[in-house]
Design a protein around this ligand. Structure first.
Ligand code: GDP
Ligand code: ZN
Length: 295
C-alpha cells in the first residue's frame, strides 16, 4: 500500500497528499476505516490509487497526538510566535503555551518575529530571553518577515515536519505562513468565544513547503490557561528544566517540600526566577515562595 497525508479536511472532502508523487488526491475511506475513527488533517493514511483523482483509504496510522484547536493530528512542531514589541513580549503567556503544547505531546519551539523593529536595548532584551529559554531546554529561532531574515534557518529546522502556528494576535503568524508557503493567505482565526470556530465549516488545510514540511492554515491558541488542560500537580512535568533535578520526594511540587532540588537550582541561579515565578503563578501558588529564593 501507498502512504499519504491528509492535508485537507472539510465536510465530506478529504484531500490526500501522496508522498510517492507529491500529488493530491480525493480520499475515499473504505467502510472499515470510517467505522474505526474520524479522519483529520495530519492523519497518515495507507491505501491505493484508484484513478488519477482518487485514493482509496484502507487504513489509518495511529496518531502521536491530536491538537483539538486546530483539529490537526501528528503535529511535530508548534511554532509559538512571539515578538519583543508590537505586541509586547509576555513571558507568562509564553510559559502557559509551552506547558500546554508539551502536555499535548507536540514539540513547541519559540519563534521571535519582528526583530527588525528592535533598537540596541531591545536587542539586548531579546538576547536575554533567548538565552533564558535555550537554557531551559527550548529551541529559539529569530525571524523578520519584513526584512526576510531567518527563513532559511527556519525552513531547514522544519524539514519533514508537520507544523502549526500559535501565539498572540498581531505577532505575525499569517505573515510567517505566507512567507513559508510562498503565497498570500490569511490565516483563519478560530473564534475565541465559541468552541465551534470557523474551522467547523471551512476545515483545516495543511500546506506543503520546503523539504517535506507541512503547515496548517489555522493557528492554535493565542493564549491559554494551563490549568484548563491539566491538574495543578501535572504542570511541573512540562517545565523542561525542572526535569533535570531529582527532589527528595518524587512527586515534589517544588513549593514547600524539604530538600527540593528545583528550588535549590533556582536559588543557585541554574533555573531562572522568571520561569519559577511563572510556574507558581500558573499553579496559583503563593508568590512569596519565590521571594525567599529569588533576589
Ligand atoms: P497575526 O495576527 O499573528 O496573524 O499577525 P499578522 O501576520 O496579521 O501581522 C500583524 C502585523 O504585523 C501586520 O501589519 C504585519 O504586516 C506586521 N508584521 C508581520 N511580520 C512583521 C515583521 O517581521 N516586522 C514588522 N515590522 N512587521 C511585521
Ligand atoms: Zn522539588
Amino acid at each position: 500500500m501507498k502512504k499519504g497525508l491528509v492535508i485537507d479536511r472539510e465536510a465530506q472532502m478529504i484531500g490526500v497528499y501522496l508522498f510517492e508523487d507529491g500529488k493530491t488526491y480525493r480520499g475515499i475511506p473504505r467502510k472499515k476505516v470510517l467505522k474505526k475513527t474520524k479522519i483529520y488533517a495530519g492523519d497518515y493514511v495507507l491505501g491505493e490509487v484508484v484513478d488519477q483523482n482518487s485514493f482509496a483509504i484502507e487504513d489509518l496510522e495511529e496518531r502521536k497526538n491530536f491538537l483539538v484547536r486546530p483539529p490537526v493530528a501528528n503535529v511535530d512542531k508548534v511554532l509559538v510566535v512571539m515578538s519583543i514589541k508590537m505586541p509586547e513580549f509576555d513571558n507568562f503567556l509564553l510559559d502557559n503555551l509551552l506547558v500546554v503544547y508539551e502536555h499535548l505531546n507536540a514539540d513547541p519551539v519559540i519563534v521571535f518575529n519582528k526583530i527588525d523593529l528592535l533598537d540596541q536595548r531591545e536587542i539586548k532584551e531579546l538576547e536575554k530571553w533567548e538565552k533564558l529559554y535555550k537554557d531551559a531546554g527550548y529551541d529559539v529561532l529569530k525571524v523578520s518577515v519584513q526584512k526576510n531574515t531567518g527563513f532559511e534557518e527556519l525552513k531547514k529546522y522544519l524539514e519533514g515536519a508537520i507544523c502549526v502556528l500559535a501565539g498572540p494576535s498581531g505577532v505575525g503568524k499569517s505573515s510567517i505562513l505566507s512567507k513559508l508557503i510562498g503565497i498570500q493567505l490569511e490565516t483563519r482565526e478560530v473564534s475565541e468565544k465559541t468552541e465551534r470556530g470557523r474551522h467547523t465549516t471551512t476545515g483545516v488545510r495543511l500546506f506543503p513547503f520546503g523539504k517535506g514540511s507541512f503547515i496548517g492554515d489555522t493557528p492554535g491558541f493565542s493564549s491559554v490557561d494551563a490549568l484548563y488542560f491539566m491538574d495543578k500537580k501535572e504542570v511541573r512535568l512540562y517545565f523542561r528544566e525542572f526535569l533535570r533535578y531529582r527532589c527528595k520526594f518524587p512527586d515534589c511540587t517544588h513549593t514547600r517540600e524539604p530538600e527540593c532540588r528545583v528550588k535549590e537550582a533556582v536559588s543557585a541561579g541554574e533555573i531562572s526566577c522568571e520561569r519559577y515565578r511563572n510556574y507558581l503563578r500558573i499553579i496559583r501558588e503563593d508568590m512569596s515562595i519565590a521571594e525567599e529564593i529569588c533576589q
